[in-house]
Every structure is written in C-alpha cells, then in structure tokens.
Write a protein of this length. Structure first.
Length: 323
C-alpha cells in the first residue's frame, strides 16, 4: 500500500465515536453461517474502537425505514443471494441509507458469474473459457466436454463460498456435478479448469492489497479449506516474478473497475505455468471471518482488522457526504 491516502482513509481519525453503526448479517442463503461469523467479527471490531454497534440478523422484508433510521452507517456482512446480489443494496438505496461496499448494479454483476465473465471478456480481461448449461441441458454438457475438456470445473452461476463446486473429467462426472447444481433450480457454469497456482488479490479503496497464494492439500480452495480446515496455507512470500505479480495486480484493479465496484473487493485467480493470470471471479463482500483472505492481506499491509472495518465505514461516510 504505497499510494497516498485517500480522503476516506485520512478521515478515519475524524470519525465521531458517537456514530451508530448497524452491522447487517445473516440472510437466508446457504452462506448464512459464514455471514453470521463475519458479522459478529465486524461488530466486535467496531465496538472495540468505541463505536455504538447495532448488530442485526436480517432477512428479506426486515429492512425498513424504522430499522435504518437510527443508523449512521450500515456495514454489510452479507453473503449470497439478496444480501450480496444487489437486492439488499437496492433496498438501502431506496431508503437513502449510507452503507458499505458496492452498489446494486456492481453487486448484481459480480454475483452473476456469467455476466461478470462476459464483461471481463469484452474488456480483454483473461478468464477461463466457459459454457452455461440450463437444467437438463445434456447437449451443452457434452459440447463443453468436447470444446473445453478434458478437465472442467462446474459451479452455480450465482452462489459463493465454493458451494456445489465440482472438479470433473468425464461426461458421467460432469452430469452428476451439473445435476447437483440444477437441483437448486439454477443453471450450471462449466469452465475450463486452469492448472497452476491459486492466488487472490484484494482491492481496497482503488488500490491492491498484497497478493496471497492459497495452497491446500486438495489442490483447490473449496468450502472445507475456506472455513473449516487449519491445513490451508496463505502465502505472501510466493516468489512470483515482479512482472507476473504486477500483471496480476493490474488485472485485479481492471476487474474491480470493470464491474463498477467500490470500497473493497477480492479478485480470485488461477496462474498457469505459462501465460496470463486467469480471473475466476470477483467478490464484492469478501469474508470477514478468522480464516478470511482480505483481513489477512490488510494485516500484511499494516492495517489491523478493527482499522480495516473502520476504513470501510469512513469510505461509506465520505461517499454519503458527496451525494
């Protein structure tokens, strides 16, 4: 973090401790528990700095003028549909609330992996080749294996935390993985699997946090290794050549801008042995649990967890004053 501080960053010391900050968490998606863990961690961090914190477990229909009326800022610790896909963000916009992270349109784009990949491809941002197979679309599965195979990744179009993600290499395993996604009612995204090293880059206030390499015994960062395992290795001394590291940072910033993100995002990459880093996806509300990547990267840059949360509050306040 070598660039000059933004106005929002310099304003953190000026934030009045009398602020009441609502921390919204929970929701009703399959990432509910992750959201609760994130929200509780954020609430503790902000309270430790002396702010008035009002933690709320919210679901669709709960966010009203009465709820947000007494809050100076809403800190969103939401993951998954509604809380992260632009639905809640639009409700907060309609209520005139001041809130953290990206707005409705960027949130919608990022949650829809296909729309995000289309935007990346249009702008020349490298992303693995893909096909989309709707429920019972066996023909597209066969085409994907022929055109993209033999190693594929299957995932829901609009879910996070690596839920229902499968690595496949045959038509039979591809069908099983797709049917698991279809059982939830949505289409399956089938991507070419990129063999190589896995990295992530956080973008805070328009600049990149330190690059993290992720290594797991399974060879990929699934739900277990994200939230339940102590075997995941988070490596800052990854030894990337300077040019490759700079390219990854440039692509992370480009992806953040491409979707119109603000405040904070996290861009996930696969790095093949040769060739360009490949953008897998972008997260507009990264996790804030003890295992989460962005807090680790911020700490590496000298910004502890409470101050990271405070920085995001300051960004939201700065934006609200500019309306």
């Amino acid at each position: 973090m070598t660039q000059p501080a933004s106005q929002a960053e310099s304003d953190t010391d000026a934030l009045p401790r009398t602020l009441t900050i609502g921390v919204f968490m929970g929701g009703c998606s399959r990432e509910r528990q992750v959201s609760l863990d994130s929200g509780r961690a954020v609430a503790r961090a902000l309270a430790s700095l002396g702010y008035n914190v009002a933690a709320a477990d919210v679901r669709p229909g709960d966010v009203t003028a009465d709820l947000v009326g007494g809050l100076n800022v809403v800190f969103l610790a939401m993951h998954g549909p509604w809380g992260e896909d632009g639905g809640l963000q639009q409700e907060l916009e309609d209520l005139g609330a001041c809130y953290t992270f990206s707005g409705p349109e960027a949130s919608r784009l990022a949650m829809d992996k296909v729309r995000a990949k289309e935007r990346f491809a249009d702008l020349g941002i490298p992303t693995p080749a893909w096909r989309v197979a709707g429920p019972r679309d066996e023909a597209t599965l066969a085409e994907a294996l022929e055109r993209l195979g033999p190693r594929l990744v299957v995932k829901p179009v609009a879910d996070g935390s690596s839920i229902d993600v499968g690595m496949v290499s045959t038509l039979a395993t591809l069908r099983r993985a797709a049917r698991k996604v279809w059982a939830r009612g949505g289409p399956a995204l089938v991507e070419r699997r990129i063999l190589g090293r896995e990295f992530t880059v956080g973008v805070l206030g328009g600049r990149a946090l330190p690059i993290i390499e992720i290594r797991t015994p399974a060879g990929w960062y699934n739900y277990r290794y994200k939230y339940k395992s102590n075997q995941t290795r988070y490596i800052f001394d990854h030894g990337l050549p300077e040019a490759r590291a700079a390219r990854m940072v440039a692509l992370a910033l480009a992806a953040h801008r491409a979707l119109g993100c603000r405040d904070l995002s996290r861009v996930d990459f696969m790095l093949p042995e040769e060739g360009e880093p490949q953008v897998l996806e972008i997260n507009t509300i990264p996790g804030f649990t003890s295992h989460s990547l962005v807090p680790k990267a911020a700490a590496r840059a000298g910004l502890g967890f409470p101050k990271l949360c405070e920085r995001l509050v300051a960004m939201a306040r700065c934006r609200a004053r500019q309306r």
